[in-house]
Design a protein around this ligand. Sequence first.
Ligand code: FAD
Ligand code: NA
Length: 390
Amino acid sequence: DRTYDNCIVGSGLSGSTIAQQYAALNQTCLVIEKRSHIGGNCYDYIDDETTIRVSLYGAHLFHTNSERVWEYVHRFGEWVNYEHRVLGKVEGKYVPIPVNIDTVNALFDLNIQNEEEMNEWLAKEQVKFSDSNGNVREAQNSEEVALARVGPRLYELIFHPYTLKQWDKEPSDLGPEVLSRIPVRNNRDGRYFSDNYQALPKEGYTSIIQNMLDSPLITVVTDTDYFRVKDRIRCRRLYYTGPIDAYFNHLGWPKLEYRSLSFERAVQHNTQYFQPAAVVNHPQRRDHESGQEVDYTRIVEYKHFLNQTSDHTVYFIERSTDEGEPYYPVPNAKNKELYKRYQEMARKEEGVRFVGRLANYKYFNMDEAILNALEVVDEDTGRIEKDVNR
Ligand code: FAD
Ligand code: NA
């Protein structure tokens, strides 16, 4: 029985970055992963029937403004520039998401030509809220935030029904932060992200993470729940990237709530494409033509990513659910308060660092997860790094 310099719970991007960094500093690492595979939620694999690379936990698009992260990920494989575009199926039409000039022109049969006209149109749509004295007041909930930002028409066509599907709650019952950053573009930019760097790993995310963990100083064990083996392993430091409430399970406090997703796989044989883009959002409750219920939020067709070739195509129908893998923290006062209590406990836990999206009860993009993990190692080793474009 050896003592490792670092034990790392979880082999997602957070845990793998920490392991890679310590191995580079000549320290030993034990990575403990409870799933049967490495990579956390970034895990992808080749679909047997179609030979198309797909993701087990939903589509992952890499985008960042961080020079440090961009340089870092290139150490572990080739990346192909890829600008993600999303379409929404609204009133039977495929329109750009986020909403831009083309979206508005298509939905309302307009002919807006430039930023100025778009701003004018938006200003007419936007709802202003005032208090009893007639003074403009801030939006109180997500419905008001959305109405103030895009007005009632876009709200009812897109944001209201989509939010209902995603959260199973009325936007008026959700805090303003849920819809506070609705992106609406006053130009024709049809890209989903506007970061400086946008790319996909040529051989997939699993391969990138495999390469991060590829060191004689790193031992990876899968199919192993940390809590089942914790009394049998020895480490100088522990990095925990699992759910923070699971770590303090013995306290008998309630669980932190998450929204989850289910993925229904479907194949079409001898078909070039099932839909016109990799990701099509379905905000509306009913299909425009058939009137049938549409209970899913998105359909992802992986063949579009990096122009993969196959005689067939495979797609995944996403539905938002309460049960399942923890994906999106539910932003409400109860959960925030509870997380604070867990955070206090975590602070007192000697020799343990809580890292990553689950331990922080926070949605992290991949680049944020990597940067956060790099900075945790900076801090713990007294290393000074500069990242100009944070
Ligand atoms: P995770 O990937 O969740 O890894 C945590 C690991 O810890 C898991 O493998 C888990 O099995 C393991 N673990 C937990 N508890 C234990 C235990 N007790 N014992 C052993 N192991 C344990 N980001 C983007 O930048 N672009 C995107 O397009 C994008 N799309 C996303 C789509 C979806 C549906 C979701 C949910 C996330 C998306 N993300 C995206 C975010 C991205 O998935 C995260 O940034 C990333 O997964 C964070 O890595 P992590 O290591 O912190 O967490
Ligand atoms: Na991950």
